[in-house]
Design a binder for this molecule. Structure first.
Ligand SMILES: NC(=O)c1ccc[n+]([C@@H]2O[C@H](COP(=O)([O-])OP(=O)(O)OC[C@H]3O[C@@H](n4cnc5c(N)ncnc54)[C@H](OP(=O)(O)O)[C@@H]3O)[C@@H](O)[C@H]2O)c1
Length: 244
């Protein structure tokens, strides 16, 4: 059956690889991409939309997508940051110790990694009420698992993903009532060769550093396999469940 896809945070390397795969799928009619900066794609299936992730900007995009309500059956919310060159002229790197904690970093990562995806989960609900199965992947990370936290550190990133996981779980309870055909998946891509992981790649064995293309393929497989059971799932690239 033909379907439309929506990819948010489309400048992500994994998102870009997913666009390429979906564009090659004859059943995928249209791909809406959302990003802060203009992006070029070599397929006319893509409709790129610009967004600054403010509430009003997200609202405008949902208005644009209204005619496609019920036909968007794949949603990827890829937003997430770990480090930046500068926030108020201060570079951000993951915290190694308690003395590294600062308010701006905690709030900034919570905003980008938790608030922005949650706004989308909230505002998209009316567009996703569908007769067909709808799969929504929200990019989380294994580090957001509270039960799996053995090494500590990386406070703001870890906490922003743990909070995101809780919001996904809580949303799934409400989606089960209001849009029961939607499956929410908190997805862990594994360590992937993207700008986000660049500064930390030397610690990763070569075979454990995935290409965005590999991960995008795995993600689409995981979504295909996911059962619409009115529950959120927390899954890794290998389709293995992660403890919340
Ligand atoms: N790479 C890894 O090893 C790895 C591991 C575990 C989890 N993840 C998760 O996978 C997802 C994709 O990461 P990636 O590795 O593909 O990273 P990436 O290529 O660096 O992409 C960065 C993403 O963050 C978004 N973003 C940047 N600034 C933002 C802001 N101020 N507010 C909201 N969103 C902002 C971008 O959206 P725009 O397109 O709008 O700029 C883009 O979607 C993230 O959620 C990340 O936490 C990655």
């Amino acid at each position: 059956m033909s379907f439309n896809a929506l990819i948010i945070g489309a400048s992500s390397s994994i998102a870009q690889a997913a666009v390429t795969l979906l564009a090659d799928n004859p059943e995928c009619r249209r791909i809406f991409t959302v990003s802060q900066c203009p992006l070029n794609f070599s397929t006319n299936k893509v409709t790129p939309l610009l967004c600054d992730y403010s509430d009003s900007s997200i609202h405008n995009i949902c208005k644009t997508l209204k005619p496609y309500a019920g036909s968007i059956t794949q949603v990827l919310i890829c937003n997430g940051i770990l480090h930046t060159n500068g926030l108020n002229n201060q570079p951000i790197m993951p915290e190694k110790k308690l003395e590294d904690i600062n308010t701006e970093q905690l709030i900034h990562l919570y905003h980008c990694n938790t608030v922005v995806p949650m706004l989308w989960i909230s505002r998209l609900l009316p567009l996703l009420i569908s007769e067909q199965a709808v799969k929504m992947a929200v990019f989380s990370a294994r580090i957001g698992s509270i039960s799996d936290n053995k090494t500590g550190g990386w406070y703001s990133y870890r906490a922003s993903k743990a909070a995101l996981n809780m919001l996904i779980q809580t949303s799934a309870i409400e989606y089960a009532r209001r849009a029961p055909n939607v499956k929410l998946v908190a997805f862990h891509p594994g360590t992937t060769d993207t700008p986000l992981s660049k500064p930390f790649q030397r610690l990763v064995p070569k075979e454990k550093l995935f290409t965005p293309e590999f991960v995008a393929k795995r993600l689409l497989f995981v979504l295909d396999e996911a059962e619409v059971d009115q529950k959120a799932a927390y899954l890794d690239w290998n389709n293995m469940p992660i403890n919340w």
